[in-house]
Write a protein that binds this ligand. Structure first.
Ligand SMILES: [Zn+2]
Length: 375
């Protein structure tokens, strides 16, 4: 058990600015510490630090015993000093994970900072800063679900990510424009701890591809290279916009995903179970979570434009369906959904309300117009 004096000193250090959040994932009230790096971290991150023992040695602030020299080291360092050292040259587009993110992102962030020291030595940032990247990724086959090794090329000059079905192929199998590209880690959905979902727009409908690399660093390098390409694209597209405005647009996590039941436009053909993805204002549905493209999409505008979400279904609703209904009212029609549980229903309603309560941006009217012309 910790002796009284060091324990009290450490408790005081935890109150200092910067030490109240985990140095690596910003979780509140860290109560672990790396006494070789001089940072206070959460239990989760301390587990990752244990995997790099040549760089970091961890102790519990409350449960382990500390000697005076170790406490002194923590006092002269701490999270703000470590940030100034290990995060000094972090590119603005680089994704900084927080505690809700997947294990891969949090682990690679810790390794990039302390083990590889990527943000001290900028030459180590070349894999995601050069504006060009090529390499092999395991890509899920569109229809058979088999992962095959495919060559990918990300070129900022061409403004595109491409992949090739054969290594010596001249013509790419697909060209995905950086303008419409989104990348998001989806390990559980893809069934691989490094699983990355890349979506792009083709003829205004969303396409999905699912990839991973066996090496965690390579996978996260691809992700940050895509973010870099998006950043440089947006800097040109929106001159004068600040980094703070652009960085949240580099990649989007989905507001919510999961199964619901839906009816067709006439609401007479019964409810069918579909996988739904809420990507900003686009509610997409798929037969299977790993489908290459959406069966359909519903655009959800703002309340000013007559979009509404209601709990429950109209009294006239027929057929068997899950118990917890949601009705989305758009200027054109009503969409009926049914959720299996009440908590699902409430989470979906919260996600829909989030976009409905936000005024529409000029470019979102163009997306809405496209959906209105659909049957
Ligand atoms: Zn943490």
């Amino acid at each position: 058990m910790a002796k009284e004096k060091p324990r009290k000193a450490l408790q005081e250090l935890l109150q200092r600015p910067g030490n109240q959040l985990c140095a690596d994932c910003s979780a509140p009230d860290p109560d672990w510490a790396s006494h070789t790096l001089g940072v206070f971290i959460c239990l989760n991150c301390s587990g990752i630090h244990r995997n790099i023992p040549h760089v970091s040695k961890v102790k519990s602030v409350r449960l382990d015993s500390w000697d005076d020299a170790q406490v002194e080291f923590m006092a002269t360092n701490g999270n703000n000093v470590a940030k100034a050292r290990y995060e000094s040259k972090i590119p603005p587009f680089y994704y900084k994970p927080t505690f809700p993110d997947c294990q891969l992102l949090r682990e690679q962030w810790i390794r990039a900072k302390y083990e590889r020291k990527e943000f001290i030595y900028t030459e180590k940032q070349e894999p995601y800063s050069a504006g060009y990247r090529e390499g092999l990724l395991w890509k899920r086959g569109r229809d058979n679900g088999q992962f095959l090794n495919r060559k990918f090329v990300l070129s900022e000059r061409e403004g595109a990510l491409k992949y090739f079905n054969k290594n010596d192929a001249k013509e790419p199998k697909a060209i995905m424009k950086i303008e419409h590209l989104n990348a998001t880690f989806q390990p559980s959905k893809i069934g691989n701890p490094h699983g990355l979902q890349i979506t792009y727009l083709k003829d205004n409908s969303t396409r999905n591809i699912f990839v991973y690399h066996d090496d965690g660093k390579e996978t996260v390098d691809w992700f940050n290279a895509i973010r870099a390409a998006r950043f440089h694209y947006l800097q040109v597209a929106f001159p004068g916009a600040s980094d703070v405005d652009l960085v949240p647009k580099l990649s989007r996590n989905y507001l919510k995903e999961g199964y619901m039941e839906k009816t067709g436009p006439k609401q007479t053909e019964g409810f069918k179970k579909r996988w739904f993805t809420m990507d900003d204002r686009r509610l997409m549905y798929f037969k299977d979570p790993l489908d290459a493209f959406a069966r359909g999409e519903v655009f959800i505008g703002s309340k000013e434009n007559s979009y509404k979400v209601l709990e429950g279904l109209p009294p006239s609703t027929q057929g068997n369906h899950w118990q917890y209904g949601i009705t989305i009212v758009t200027p054109d029609r009503k969409f009926l959904f049914a959720c299996e549980t009440e908590s699902d229903q409430q989470e979906w309603i919260t996600a829909f309300q989030k976009v409905i309560s936000r005024p529409m941006l000029p470019q979102e009217y163009a997306v809405e117009a496209h959906f209105k012309h659909k049957p």
